[in-house]
Design a protein around this ligand. Structure first.
Ligand SMILES: [Zn+2]
Length: 253
């Protein structure tokens, strides 16, 4: 697990599996944990990361309902989980799906955990909208297209964009169940001006990006999506697994 400080109020933890990111943001005496690492030891360490930084835990946020982003509750008990209305709707429509998919992952990789995942009752946040934190706000922007749901979080005083499963340096745009090329492209266009104004972009998977690199990935991803079905994969993202994602995308066009 990698732990990187981006700002005195923002820490990013990156999982050893899929480079799934978790962003910890503090303002005054409040602190939210956005998304989650995946492996049990990484989750167990999260409270210590907050404590070491002097951040007082307030609650959880998740960018979207894919299970690998929803695990922070395993580290913070039955803490409240704030999600976009679209994500709350998806969680309500597929009760237990995240817990089942986590169990399937754990069985496949012989991972042991101390208990099952329980999401409690997620709190639906209006998106576009804001989430209050200390004397400031985190801005929430719709981010659908990868799936049917999701939000990107803009931390204005630190100029950090936490965008969920978009702008990844390790994963091509992945149109999953409920997603579409048109909504994915609309999300990228929505994120573009924020990327131009930011200091750091935290993608759902992969290393934190500076604005120039994030803008380059955004251009590559728009070009890839617009070129489908004929599209060539971005040069740095052509592994066998990325080609499998590409094949899945073609089926969803
Ligand atoms: Zn993901």
């Amino acid at each position: 697990m990698r732990v990187v400080g981006l700002h005195r109020d923002v820490i990013v933890v990156t999982s050893r599996i899929w480079q799934t990111t978790c962003t910890i943001v503090r303002r005054e005496h409040e602190c939210f944990v956005i998304d989650s690492p995946v492996l049990p030891d990484e989750l167990e360490m999260l409270p210590a990361v907050l404590e070491h930084a002097g951040f007082q835990f307030t609650g959880l946020l998740a960018t979207h309902a894919d299970w690998d982003h929803l695990l922070a509750g395993l580290a913070f008990g039955s803490a409240p989980l704030g999600v976009a209305e679209t994500t709350a709707a998806r969680l309500a429509a597929e009760p237990g799906a995240a817990a089942r998919e986590l169990r399937a992952f754990d069985e496949e990789h012989y991972v042991q955990r101390s208990g099952p995942l329980s999401l409690g009752r997620p709190q639906a946040l209006p998106v576009p909208g804001h989430c209050e934190i200390g004397d400031a706000q985190i801005d929430l922007h719709p981010a659908d297209g990868h799936t049917a749901d999701g939000m990107a979080a803009w931390i204005p005083w630190a100029r950090v964009l936490v965008c969920g499963d978009y702008l990844s340096p390790v994963e091509i745009p992945w149109i999953c169940d409920g997603g579409s090329r048109a909504t994915y492209l609309a999300t990228l266009r929505r994120l573009a001006p924020i990327v131009d104004a930011c200091e750091h972009v935290v993608p759902g998977h992969g290393a934190v990006l500076d604005p120039a690199r994030a803008a380059a990935i955004l251009r590559e991803d728009v070009a890839y999506l617009e070129s489908l079905p004929g599209g060539a994969l971005p040069i740095a993202r052509r592994s066998a697994h990325q080609r499998a994602i590409h094949a899945e995308n073609l089926e969803r066009l």
